[in-house]
Design a protein around this ligand. Structure first.
Ligand SMILES: Nc1ncnc2c1ncn2[C@@H]1O[C@H](COP(=O)(O)OP(=O)(O)OP(=O)(O)O)[C@@H](O)[C@H]1O
Ligand SMILES: [Mg+2]
Length: 243
């Protein structure tokens, strides 16, 4: 579904990640680990096509089409969605309005309410997007918008950070729905998930993982095994690991 080939990304003239290659199959969930500042968010932003993130080498292929030069809105229309690590506040736009836009502009109050209920965000529908939201509310606001957009490929940048113990299972349920985890054979949606703590992996099954270190992919393997290894040896351990 997604092929990233030898990708190098610059932000404001500075090279942040280099020669990154990986792919995500149809129905697969790939986890991306890496220390602070290793370039995880940069990589996701480049895949989504945010303008500040300039691809200087390599290419991104989605569903067989080279999307490296496509603008962000075209990528969204093709079925890529993102949960931002730090989404912006949008003053003057209510949650209800942005959810409606994500639904393709359909004026369906009942669908919006239903989705908001799933996200435990009914009371927040008439507030401005992310304005004054708590850390956990911001994550659920992002997931609510994604559920309305219903992308085939979802980029999840730390959906579990700042989420309390009760809401984490709700966040897990929403991600499972986005990734069609209830389906075994007919699953068509895929995802790329960033997590530091791995808490979300208690709720969402992931297939493979890779570690981003020094701006490149350092290691690939089983998500749980890699997490255990990082917890016991830190990323310093990854740097010297011979596996
Ligand atoms: N405009 C910029 N100029 C210089 N460096 C930048 C710029 N934007 C980002 N960076 C640097 O790029 C590096 C990678 O940032 P990125 O946000 O991708 O890391 P990350 O792996 O997502 O980290 P975290 O786990 O903290 O979210 C950081 O060191 C950051 O300071
Ligand atoms: Mg980040």
């Amino acid at each position: 579904m997604l092929e990233v080939e030898d990708l190098t990304v610059e932000v404001e003239g500075k090279e942040i990640v280099h020669d990154i290659s990986f792919n995500v199959d149809i129905g697969e969930t790939l986890v991306l680990f890496g220390p602070n500042g290793s370039g995880k968010t940069t990589l996701l932003m480049a895949i989504m096509g945010l303008p500040r993130y300039r691809v200087t080498r390599g290419r991104i292929v989605f569903k067989g089409q080279d999307i490296t030069q496509l603008p962000v809105d075209e990528r969204a229309k093709m079925g890529i969605g993102i949960l931002f690590q730090r989404p912006p506040v949008v003053r003057g736009v209510k949650m209800r309005e942005i959810v409606r836009a994500c639904l393709g502009g359909r004026e369906d109050g009942a669908v919006i309410e239903q989705l908001a209920q799933k996200a435990n965000m009914v009371e927040i529908l008439d507030r401005e997007v992310n304005y004054g939201f708590s850390g956990g509310e911001v994550k659920r606001s992002e997931l609510l918008q994604l559920m309305a957009q219903s992308p085939e490929f979802v980029l999840l940048d730390e959906p579990d950070s700042g989420v309390d113990l009760v809401n984490i299972s709700l966040v897990g349920e929403m991600i499972n729905e986005l990734l069609q985890k209830d389906r075994l054979r007919s699953r068509t949606n895929s995802g790329l998930l960033i997590t530091h703590t791995g808490h979300i992996l208690d709720y969402v099954d992931a297939d493979r993982a890779c570690v981003l270190l020094y701006g490149g992919i350092w290691c690939r393997g089983n998500p749980r095994e890699i997490l255990v290894s990082i917890k016991s040896h830190g990323y310093e351990g990854c740097a010297v690991c011979q596996k």
